[in-house]
Design a protein around this ligand. Structure first.
Ligand code: F6R
Length: 610
């Protein structure tokens, strides 16, 4: 959840740390801080709020150092304030650290340390670590050994970086459950919780694994296990460019990412369809495809938007593969001791590949012996590496907190997997060809829908002051109703609920009056007549209706207050199209309310704590 960046080399690290923190801000942004060493003494500067506030403070101090650490915090233990911000230092001001994750036994450790006279300045769990490490250095161990011994006593998760002013040539980094990478440069090395923090300095990346400790000096990098065994680490050359990460001329990352969808969808489909056979090929599933097709049951586990993608996947897998499919909240899955058989396949869907709940559920499914597969966007992420096989969505970096292109590419990959399995089972070549050709047309159709941006902006103007919204859809479009409501909630702070349209009469209809906008996802499909009746019911009660309808639909065009007319495709792919206007509607409402679209309050891009 929090962001970590560190530098050791020949240059002044201060601007490098500040730039890195700016890149990481999307992961958590309630406070930030840096720590550096100069002439064997440490300087720590911290600030509540955005990295730009920290930058102003740092600029006034004219700091310089060749080694340092930076951190953006998203509070878990203790309110966001300067004292709780990282780095945390020991009493003697000789050791400081930054930490991402949660120390679960921190109360026990804290009591023990207090009984030895340690005083705590913050309410954080992280501060325990610095005093624990200090206690080992006081017993004569060097900083590397002290970190290692401390971690033996710790229960929980960490991405950790530590510097001692007594050994100011090195950063000690350790990882368990929170992402951490080392960037290899020329006479300089970096650490970061996310490659985007250091990509402008190096593309040579080493991924640390759980349980590993790294010692990073300017010309040297070594990694060990918790039990001191040296590990040979592979250096990966990464291809992501800064341009990909930047906003590309749009006012917000979210808008850029909505507009990028034709391209990200093309990337997601490219090379994965054999037209003449009506088949999909997914290299990442090559070794497991037979076992997958023979699964007795498929479980899709995820959180948030990725969970909504899973719900659409359930419709696809059951319709085309005829395999019983269940969708689970990863957070619930882990704790209720789920029944998982060896013949089951569990897919973990995650944009970031770092979501703690999803990762924990993955470990549980692995223990129970299921085939464990991933659908991830971030290459080399923890979920991508922990699963036995999987498919990348290739959406490109998603920076806006509200997930958009990750969702539509997840749906694309789920459709490709359905096609892959269904053709192995009983789907005919002709039917396979129809899915394949419709999939290929999706990016163009999304381009058409994006042209409705201005129309949707005008609708947003009409509805920006509403306090509640209802989103209704049926079948494949019920998960889209949930997703539309989530988008609106998270960035505009307007209360919104999604329901299967038929459920309206079982309760939500009581809410409907002239102050309740209702968004219907109503393309022409087999449930069309039913949804027209639902729309009539809302109209009869004075509700204002926005409807996503198919281009040729004159009936609903006349009936509803605001019709957004989009191209059509086969039912299984319709959610990729129907969700686009809902993303734009949420975006424009939030902008018109003057809200911070890319960094909504209380949210972080990647939820790496439970
Ligand atoms: C919503 C959103 C979140 C994420 C959820 C899972 O816009 O972004 O609901 O979808 O936190 O994240 P990933 O997909 O990274 O596991």
């Amino acid at each position: 959840m929090c962001g970590i960046v560190g530098y050791v080399g020949n240059k002044n690290c201060v601007p490098i740390l500040i730039n890195g923190l700016k890149r990481l801000e999307y992961r958590g942004y309630d406070s930030a801080g840096i720590g550096i060493v100069n002439h064997n003494s440490i300087t720590i500067v911290k600030n509540k709020g955005k990295v730009s506030f920290l930058e102003e403070k740092v600029d006034k101090l004219d700091l310089e150092s060749e080694i340092g650490l930076g951190h953006t915090r998203w509070a878990t233990h203790g309110i966001p304030n300067e004292l709780n911000a990282h780095p945390h230092a020991n009493e003697d001001q000789t050791i400081f650290l930054i930490h991402n994750g949660i120390i679960e036994n921190y109360q026990v450790l804290k009591k023990g340390l207090q009984s030895f006279g340690y005083e705590f300045k913050s309410e954080t769990d992280s501060e325990v670590l610095v005093h624990l490490i200090d206690s080992f250095t006081k017993r004569g161990h060097d900083i590397t050994k002290s970190v290692q011994l401390s971690l033996h006593e710790v229960e929980g998760t960490y991405g950790l970086a530590v510097i001692s002013s007594k050994e100011p040539d090195k950063i000690i980094a350790a990882r368990k459950g929170s992402p951490l990478v080392v960037g290899i440069g020329d006479n300089e090395n970096f650490i970061a919780s996310d490659v985007s923090a250091i990509i402008s300095y190096t593309k040579q990346i080493v991924y640390l694994e759980d349980g590993e400790i790294a010692v990073i000096k300017k010309n040297e990098f070594t990694a060990k296990t918790a039990f001191d065994n040296e590990i040979e680490k592979e250096i990966h050359e990464i291809s992501m460019t800064l341009d990909e990460i930047d906003r590309g001329g749009y006012a917000h990352f979210m808008l850029k990412e909505i507009m990028e969808q034709p391209e990200s969808l093309r990337n997601s489909i490219r090379g994965r369809i054999i037209d003449e056979d009506g088949r999909a090929i997914l290299g990442g599933l090559r070794d497991v495809v037979d076992k997958l097709a023979d699964s007795k049951r498929i479980i899709l586990a995820a959180c948030g938007t990725s969970w909504h993608a899973g719900l659409v996947g359930e419709y696809m897998f059951e319709q085309f593969c005829r395999i019983p499919t269940e969708v689970e909240y990863a957070s619930e899955f882990r704790y209720r001791n789920p029944v998982i058989e060896k013949e089951d396949t569990v897919f973990f869907i995650s944009q970031s590949g770092e979501t703690a709940d999803t990762l924990a559920a993955l470990k549980e499914a692995k223990i129970k012996g299921a085939l464990v597969l991933g659908i991830c966007n971030v290459v080399g992420s923890s979920i991508a590496r922990e699963t036995q096989a999987g498919v990348y969505t290739h959406a490109g970096p998603e920076i806006g907190v509200a997930s958009t292109k990750a969702f539509t590419t997840q749906l694309t990959v789920l459709a490709l997997i359905s096609l892959l399995i269904a053709r192995k089972k009983n789907l005919s070549k002709v039917d396979g060809q129809q899915i394949a050709s419709e999939l290929k047309l999706i990016p163009e159709k999304v381009e058409e829908i994006l042209k409705l941006n201005l129309q949707i902006e005008k609708i947003a103007e009409e509805f920006k002051d509403a306090s509640n919204f209802l989103y209704l859809g049926r079948g494949y479009n019920f998960p889209v109703a949930l997703e539309g409501a989530l988008k609106l909630k998270e960035i505009s702070y307007i209360h919104a609920e999604g329901y299967p349209a038929a459920e309206m009469k079982h309760g939500p209809i009581a809410l409907i009056d002239e102050n309740m906008p209702v968004v219907f996802i109503a393309p022409k499909d087999s449930t069309y007549d039913k949804i027209v009746s639902n729309i009539q019911e809302v109209k009869a009660r004075g509700g204002r209706i926005i409807a996503i309808i198919t281009e040729e639909d004159e009936q609903l065009n006349k009936l509803v207050d605001y019709a957004i007319r989009i191209p059509s495709t086969i039912r299984m792919l319709m959610p990729i199209l129907t969700v686009i206007p809902l993303q734009l509607l949420a975006y424009h409402i939030a902008v018109k309310k003057g809200l911070n679209v890319d960094q909504p309050r209380n949210l972080a891009k990647s939820v790496t704590v439970e």
